[in-house]
Design a protein around this ligand. Structure first.
Ligand code: IMP
Length: 435
C-alpha cells in the first residue's frame, strides 16, 4: 500500500518541506496528521519561497490534493489567510480538504496558552502561543469544537455557551486575562464555516478510498520526534504525536497501510523553546551555524537554539518511527568549520549512557561525549553525488549513517530541489506525475 510517512527525527524544523517537494512528482495526496499553526514549512519553488503553517506543502503542485486530517488542530483564521495568500500568488487552493473531526483552535485557546505560559514564568515551555495545548486539552476533555460544528450555528451556540462559562471563569479569576462573549464567537466561527464549507469533509473516507485505488499518499508530520507528547522530554514537548504512529490516529489509517517511513534530520541540531539540549552551542560556532542556516522560527521569528549533531536521539527516533531511510539536510551549512563534532554518548552522574534517556531530568544532567571529525573548507553547493563531496564531508555523512543505523538516501546541499544528492530512492513503480 503506497503510503509513506515523512517524520522529523529531531526537534522539528528538519526541512521536511524539502523532502515532500522532492517526492511531489509521484504523490497524489499530502496529508497533515497532527499539530496546528505552530508548525512552519518553508518550501522553495524556483525563485519563490512559500511559508506555510497549516496547508500541507502539496498545495503547491496542481496534481496533489492537500489534506488536513483529523489529528490536526485548525485555527480557521490562519487557514483562511493562508488560502488567500496562496490564491493571491496564483496557487490554486481549491483542492484543500479539512477533516470534519479536526478540532478548532478558538481565540480563548490562544488566551489560555499565553496566560498559562506567563504564569509558569521561568518554568514556561516556550510554546508558540498558538493555543495548541489548550485546543488538544479541550479535545481530551470532550469540550472541543470540531470543524463540522462550524457549519451549524445552533450547535456552536450550545457548545460555546457551555465551554465559555468555564474558560472565562479561569481566564478572569485565575489569570486576570481577557474573557470572551458567546455571541461574538458564534458569529466569528459561523463565518469561518461559511467560507470553508466546501472543504470540510470526512478525510478518513477520502484517504481510505485513495489507498484503495492505489494512489500514493504522503503523510507529513509537523514538529519532530523529540517534541512528541508521549516520547519527547515531557513537559518540554508539543501536545500531539509527531511520530510516525501519529499518522495512524491522526490520519485515519492502520499501521499496516504504511509501507515506508522517511526520517528527516539536519546535519546539526536545532531546538526552539525551552527544555534540555545536551549538545547546545553557546559560542561563535553556534552563532555561525545559526546565521548561515537561517535558523529563525518560521512561526515565531525566534532565533533557534543550535547544537552539534546528537546521535542518541536520532537513533531513538529511527527505532520509534521504524524509519526505512533518511534525508540529511543542510550539510552545506557546516562547510568552513575546522572540525565537526558528533555526540555519541552522554555522561550522566558519572556513568556513560549510550541510549537516549527521554526524561527531562536525566537529560538536564547529560554531559555530551563527542567524536571529533575533520571539517571541510570547501563550499559543497554544487555536489550532486557523494563522490563530489570532499573526503571529510563524505566521512561525516558515513559516520552519521552508521550511528543512525539506517541508510541515508538523500543529502541536501542547498535550499533548491536540484541541490540534492540522490544516493538511492525507492522509486514508485511508475512516476505518476511530471511537474
Ligand atoms: P506548542 O506546540 O506551541 O505548544 O509549543 C510546545 C513546544 O514545541 C515549544 O518548545 C515550541 O517551541 C515547540 N514547537 C512547536 N512547533 C514547532 C515547530 O514547528 N518547530 C519547532 N519547534 C516547535
Amino acid at each position: 500500500m503506497p503510503a509513506t510517512v515523512i517524520v522529523g527525527l529531531q526537534w522539528g524544523d528538519e526541512g521536511k518541506g524539502k523532502t515532500t517537494d522532492f517526492l511531489a512528482e509521484q504523490v497524489d495526496y499530502v496529508v497533515r496528521y497532527q499539530g496546528g499553526d505552530n508548525a512552519g514549512h518553508t518550501v522553495v519553488l524556483g525563485d519563490e519561497v512559500f511559508k506555510l503553517h497549516l496547508v500541507p506543502s502539496g498545495v503547491l503542485y496542481p496534481h496533489i490534493v492537500p489534506v488536513i486530517a483529523n489529528g490536526v488542530v485548525v485555527n480557521p483564521a490562519t487557514l483562511l489567510a493562508e488560502i488567500a495568500m496562496l490564491e493571491e500568488r496564483g496557487i490554486d487552493a481549491s483542492r484543500v480538504r479539512v477533516s470534519r473531526n479536526a478540532h478548532v483552535t478558538m481565540p480563548y485557546h490562544i488566551a489560555m496558552d499565553r496566560a498559562m505560559e506567563s504564569r509558569l514564568a521561568t518554568a514556561a515551555v516556550g510554546t508558540t502561543h498558538r493555543g495548541i495545548g489548550p485546543t488538544y486539552a479541550d479535545r481530551a476533555w470532550r469540550t472541543g469544537i470540531r470543524m463540522e460544528d462550524l457549519l451549524d450555528a445552533a450547535v456552536l451556540r450550545e457548545k460555546l455557551t457551555r465551554v465559555l462559562a468555564d474558560r472565562n471563569l479561569v481566564l478572569r479569576e485565575a489569570y486576570g486575562a481577557e474573557t470572551f462573549e458567546v455571541d461574538a464567537l458564534v458569529d466569528l466561527a459561523a463565518g469561518w464555516g461559511e467560507q470553508l464549507a466546501g472543504k470540510i469533509v470526512d478525510t478518513t473516507d477520502l484517504i481510505q478510498q485513495a489507498l484503495g485505488r492505489g494512489d500514493f499518499l504522503l503523510f507529513e508530520g509537523a514538529q519532530g520526534t523529540l517534541l512528541d507528547l508521549d516520547h519527547g522530554s515531557y513537559p518540554y514537548v508539543t501536545s500531539s504525536n509527531p511520530i510516525a504512529g501519529g499518522a495512524c490516529t491522526g490520519g485515519g489509517i492502520g499501521p499496516l497501510q504504511v509501507d515506508e517511513v522517511i526520517g528527516v534530520m539536519k546535519a546539526y541540531s536545532t531546538r526552539v523553546g525551552a527544555g534540555p539540549y545536551p549538545t547546545e552551542l553557546f559560542d561563535e560556532i553556534g552563532e555561525g551555524i545559526a546565521t548561515r542556516g537561517h535558523e529563525v522560527g518560521t512561526t515565531t521569528g525566534r532565533r533557534r537554539r543550535v547544537g552539534w549533531f546528537d546521535a542518541l536521539p536520532v537513533r531513538f527516533a529511527v527505532e520509534i518511527n521504524t524509519v526505512t531511510s533518511i534525508m540529511l539536510n543542510k550539510l552545506d551549512i557546516l562547510s568552513g568549520l575546522p572540525e565537526v563534532l558528533i555526540c555519541v554518548g552522554y555522561e550522566i552522574d558519572g556513568r556513560r549512557v549510550d541510549r537516549w534517556p527521554a526524561s527531562a531530568d536525566a537529560l538536564a544532567q547529560a554531559i555530551p561525549i563527542y567524536e571529533r571529525l575533520e571539517g571541510w573548507p570547501e563550499s559543497i553547493h554544487d555536489a550532486r553525488a557523494l563522490s563530489d563531496l570532499p573526503d571529510a564531508a563524505r566521512r561525516y555523512v558515513g559516520r552519521i549513517e552508521e550511528l543512525a543505523g539506517v541508510p541515508i538516501h538523500l543529502v541536501s546541499v542547498g535550499p533548491e530541489r536540484s541541490q540534492t544528492i540522490v544516493r538511492s530512492v525507492r522509486p514508485h513503480p511508475v512516476p505518476r506525475h511530471r511537474p
